[in-house]
Design a protein around this ligand. Structure first.
Ligand SMILES: NC(=O)c1ccc[n+]([C@@H]2O[C@H](COP(=O)([O-])OP(=O)(O)OC[C@H]3O[C@@H](n4cnc5c(N)ncnc54)[C@H](O)[C@@H]3O)[C@@H](O)[C@H]2O)c1
Length: 348
């Protein structure tokens, strides 16, 4: 039996609870949130015996093997370092931390404690992504020439200033530069992982970000300045001279959750489009290139991050994506913000 606690009991925590409860041999024994009403409601709804508002008390009580960290981004580092010091295995939500320095401290803490550590880049649940990575690694596309990746949501077009509905606490901290990395930390982190998992690491990043007015007095809501970036557009240079473009936005009217990756090489191309399919991809490689014939490749399903986490805890073997992967993406996020602030490309 693996005894597990959920740290942070806002909206995403219910997905953690639902997915973990489906796995045989997992017991949710505790949860923690700084919001007392929320943590008690969550414990009651999920029949979790122990609810805490202070993580120190939860850790001191013992009786745990692992935690999942689903608190707001700014709290990840402190919770993870404390959990690691108590020898607990950790599945942490993305973005791993507020910046690369904090992410690095988390990597050091889990390495010192020798605990399983995974970060929830959710779209790694797409089997098509693994197939794309394998095709590129096997040389089926030849040498990398060009990459394009995008992640588009439209929730800012449906938000409070149009509907007069209250802004949820989870949306509010996501719109504050003091409390989050905005769209970059929310959607950018996913698409940067998605793209670099297949195409590899860039050596240079240029970036523009924008934060558009929300139509509220002083651009504030309940005293919180809504100044986090809403969209970013980045161009990447790879070591062989190839270029890539990656962008995301919360202002993409209409589409709810659109993720697309296109990779072009000297010998072929591939497209992963999660709007169409998570477990197939389109490829045009080798002898199909002159004829421009695209084929649909079916891919074997991959286990969910929750299944991979529990398997790693049971077997004591490392899994992916781990905290080091989370740190690497955090370096790209910091580079995007630095490039946007300086108005020129930065080396990574
Ligand atoms: N992987 C994904 O696709 C995905 C999707 C949604 C959210 N997320 C991530 O999950 C996390 C939670 O997002 P959400 O949408 O549930 O936000 P939310 O605001 O609904 O919930 C966050 C909760 O964290 C709590 N919290 C803040 N500081 C805390 C602390 N020190 N200790 C304990 N609890 C604390 C808040 O009180 C709140 O209840 C974020 O990191 C977010 O980026 C990931």
């Amino acid at each position: 039996m693996i005894r597990l606690a959920i740290l942070g009991t806002g909206s995403m925590a219910q997905q953690h609870a639902d997915r973990l409860k489906e796995i045989a041999g997992v017991r949710l024994v505790a949860c923690c949130d700084v919001d007392q009403a929320r943590v008690h409601a969550f414990a009651q709804h999920n029949t979790i015996p122990h609810a805490y508002t202070d993580v120190a008390a939860l850790l001191a009580a013992g009786g745990l093997d692992a935690v999942t960290i689903v608190a707001a981004d700014a709290a990840h580092k402190d919770l993870a370092v404390r959990a690691a010091r108590h020898g607990l295995h950790i599945l942490c939500e993305k973005p791993l931390a507020a910046n690369a320095a904090e992410a690095n401290a988390m990597v050091q803490a889990v390495r010192a404690a020798k605990v399983v550590n995974l970060v929830n880049f959710s779209y790694r649940a797409s089997a098509a992504l693994y197939k794309a990575r394998d095709l590129v690694a096997a040389g089926a596309l030849g040498e990398l020439r060009h990459v394009e990746a995008s992640y588009l949501q439209g929730w800012l077009t449906r938000a409070v200033w149009h509907t007069k509905q209250p802004i949820s606490p989870g949306a509010l901290w996501r719109m504050s530069a003091a409390q989050s990395k905005g769209d970059l930390g929310d959607l950018g982190v996913h698409i940067l992982d998605f793209m670099t998992f297949v195409a590899g690491a860039p050596c240079e990043i240029a970036c523009h970000t924008t934060s558009l007015p929300k139509g509220l007095p002083g651009n504030k809501y309940k005293g919180v300045l809504l100044d986090a970036n809403d969209s970013f557009v980045a161009s990447l240079r790879f070591a062989n001279g190839a270029l890539g473009v990656v962008h995301s936005s919360r202002w993409a009217t209409g589409p709810n959750n659109s993720i697309r990756l296109r990779v072009y090489g000297t010998a072929g191309a591939l497209v992963v489009d999660l709007d169409s399919a998570w477990h197939t991809l389109q490829a045009c490689c080798g002898k199909d290139v002159p004829a421009g014939r695209w084929r649909t490749l079916r891919c074997a399903k991959v286990p969910s991050i929750y299944q991979r986490f529990i398997r790693s805890v049971r077997t004591g073997t490392p899994g992916t994506p781990d905290f080091a992967d989370g740190w690497r993406i955090q370096v790209y996020l910091d580079a995007c913000l630095a490039a946007a602030a300086r108005g020129r490309a930065v080396r990574v």
